[in-house]
Design a protein around this ligand. Structure first.
Ligand SMILES: N[C@@H](CCC(=O)N[C@@H](CS)C(=O)NCC(=O)O)C(=O)O
Length: 201
């Protein structure tokens, strides 16, 4: 399988971490949505990463459906989202919080880097940053241990770490000093695993 995109994208990164944790071999093609726009669009008409090219040439797009396929390959015992019941609903809710934090912090990043300074909308930036912080704060309060959903590491932990790392790498001042201490401790714990350490953005 070939993963399209760089780990600087938190959406690509959560796929890269998942592939490694599930022990699924893959190559990574480091295409950029800006510099390699045509090549990315040839794979995903939306021009977005991640995409995953399967051995028969099929191209999966969007991290959610890609991860769904990886869980199917791994089988219910190893799947990173539990197959059913309250455990599944809990993990999916935590993942939704992490995805929201990624989307809103990415929107801030795009607004700040691509839009000319005199055209940036400060109220909108503040709103997006508030939403990203609120998502991380809710994950910080999740309350389970040792992982966000309890005993097992799940997609919730992967996506939460990817979201926090993205903000820390590209706009650290978005988060006040000491913000989300439990989430930071969780990240520390996750970094003991090569799947996290070797995919740093
Ligand atoms: N919902 C998508 C979001 C992917 C996404 O927003 N990717 C960004 C990179 S972080 C992208 O490709 N942006 C380029 C664009 O939208 O033009 C997913 O989960 O994969």
């Amino acid at each position: 399988m070939i993963l399209i995109g760089r780990n600087t994208s938190p959406f690509v990164r959560r796929v890269a971490i998942s592939l490694r944790l599930l022990g699924l071999p893959y190559e990574q093609r480091l295409l950029s949505t800006v510099a390699d726009r045509a090549a990315v669009q040839a794979i995903n008409p939306l021009g977005r990463i991640p995409a995953l090219l399967l051995e028969d040439g099929e191209a999966l797009i969007d991290s959610g459906p890609i991860l769904d396929y990886l869980d199917e390959l791994a089988g219910p015992e190893k799947a990173l989202v539990p197959p059913a019941g309250p455990e599944r609903r809990r993990v999916l809710k935590l993942v939704a919080l992490a995805l929201g934090a990624m989307e809103k912090s990415l929107a801030c990043y795009v607004e700040r880097t691509l839009r000319p300074a005199d055209k940036q909308h400060q109220d909108l930036l503040n709103r997006f940053a508030d939403q990203a912080r609120a998502g991380l704060a809710a994950l910080d309060q999740a309350g389970a241990a040792p992982w966000l959903a309890g005993e097992r590491l799940t997609q919730a932990d992967i996506s939460a770490v990817a979201a926090l790392d993205f903000i820390d790498a590209f706009w650290p001042e978005m988060l006040p000093q000491g913000f989300a201490p439990r989430l930071r401790a969780l990240r520390q714990q996750a970094y003991a695993l090569p799947a996290f350490a070797e995919t740093r953005p």
